[in-house]
Write a protein that binds this ligand. Structure first.
Ligand SMILES: *Cc1c(COP(=O)(O)O)cnc(C)c1O
Length: 402
């Protein structure tokens, strides 16, 4: 008997359900138009929302840091890797988020694992929005805290659950700021008020709002008039900020706890100088070119309105992340391929990234797309959609357990 027989079985099972994943090949500088699997396409699948990964000031800072300091910080941060570039970047991030302090992590995935593990253990309970990102779900599992999934963006539902679990040692509410696959913003004022009423801590993961939403790109909390109001806020440097890495912002006291307890912070190498310097430069560009997030949202509006006129429902998005609902994994990937052949790259999103029955294309325009790029892309989407019987009536989600 072949002990590896399960590999083919598992992969075949994924293929049979239309859930097989594979890597595409992107060529050239990461921008609004690229070669994707050998086809030239308008890219509506990038998280480099502001185009900062190729901004001359960001690239220049990365090159200069590599030349000056080398390609590695040489150790984990608590050993010998805490290069001076960290302090400069963390001061800027705290200033952006309106907090006393910030701490850079190697990725947002690791930041969520580390933060939730630092705050909670088996005696505690974490209240998690039903549509939270996978890294939050995994962080909760790793913390061994109890988990209570509350209905998406439902402060009243959350309150009932907080009441039912008020006797646990600590209660922690965690939500995406801008939801990664639907582009809606969490009802942060109400969620924070409910959490405070029941003595719960609040963690907001604003991977997608950082650099894109709110005054100066400060994020979803700032957009809701609540800059710095969460206990801890996670953000990434790898999306709108065009670099690599992530951070958590909060009080000096809580950051001190995270430094001491977050295993995904302690037991890993620091980021390379180039990534740290690039992120600092990206924050400078965000300050000096305040038009960038405005252009991003204008571009999102163009796509929402153009496709809306053609009958596509891109709700509940109010941001630059636009879900084009298909509701079936095979049809989603068929549309994705057809679009790529016709010069538009919008990645199909399937289970378990989204609940079954809510498969969609996730359209993300960039600040650097021209109106012509987007008009042409929308025309193509309408044509290719029509060939597959879209837009269709919106499907009702089945299970949301991922
Ligand atoms: C992308 C993402 C992360 C992970 O950030 P990385 O820096 O890419 O690891 C975390 N949370 C959310 C909501 C995300 O969309």
């Amino acid at each position: 008997m072949d002990p590896l027989a399960f590999v083919d079985e598992e992969l075949e099972a994924l293929k049979a359900r239309g859930l097989f994943r594979w890597l595409r090949c992107m060529e050239g500088p990461h921008g609004p138009v690229m070669m994707v699997d050998g086809r030239r396409a308008v890219v509506l699948a990038s998280s480099n929302y502001l185009g900062l990964s190729t901004h001359p000031r960001v690239v220049g800072a990365a090159v200069e840091a590599a030349v000056r300091y080398g390609c590695s910080v040489g150790a984990s941060r608590l050993i010998a890797g805490n290069h001076e570039l960290y302090a400069q970047l963390e001061d800027r991030l705290a200033a952006l988020k309106g907090t006393e302090a910030a701490l850079v992590f190697s990725t947002g995935y690791m930041a969520n694992l580390g933060v939730l593990g630092a705050l909670a253990g088996p005696d505690d309970v974490i209240f998690s929005d039903a549509l939270n990102h996978a890294s939050i779900i995994d962080g909760i599992r790793l913390s061994r805290a109890g988990v209570v999934v509350f209905p998406h963006s439902d402060p009243a539902g959350l309150e009932d659950l907080l009441r039912a679990h008020q006797h646990r040692r600590r209660r922690i509410v965690v939500v995406d700021g801008v939801f990664s696959m639907d582009g809606d913003i969490a009802p942060l004022p109400d969620l924070l008020a409910v959490a405070r009423r029941w003595g719960a801590l609040v963690v907001v993961d604003d991977a997608h709002g950082t650099g894109t939403c709110g005054p100066g790109g400060a994020g979803a909390l700032a957009a809701s008039g609540l800059r710095g109001a969460a206990d801890l806020e996670v953000g990434t440097l790898g999306k709108a900020l065009g670099s690599f890495g992530a951070f958590v912002a909060g009080s000096r006291k809580l950051i001190g706890l995270v430094i001491n307890k977050a295993r995904s912070f302690i037991f890993t190498c620091g980021l390379p100088p180039s990534a740290l310097a690039a992120a600092s430069a990206a924050l400078d560009v965000l300050r000096d070119e305040p038009d960038l997030p405005v252009r991003l949202m204008d571009n999102a509006r163009q796509v929402r309105e153009t496709l809306g006129r053609a009958g596509f429902d891109l709700s509940p998005s109010t941001t630059h992340i636009l879900p084009l609902h298909v509701g079936d994994s095979r049809r989603t990937m068929a549309l994705c391929e057809r679009l790529l052949d016709a010069g538009v790259f919008a990645q199909g999103i399937r289970y378990p990234t989204v609940p079954e029955g809510t498969e969609r294309l996730r359209l993300t325009p960039m600040a650097t797309h021209t109106a012509d790029h987007l008009a042409a892309a929308c025309r193509t989407i309408v044509e290719c959609g029509a060939a597959l019987g879209l837009p269709a009536a919106r499907a009702t989600p089945r299970a949301s357990s991922r």
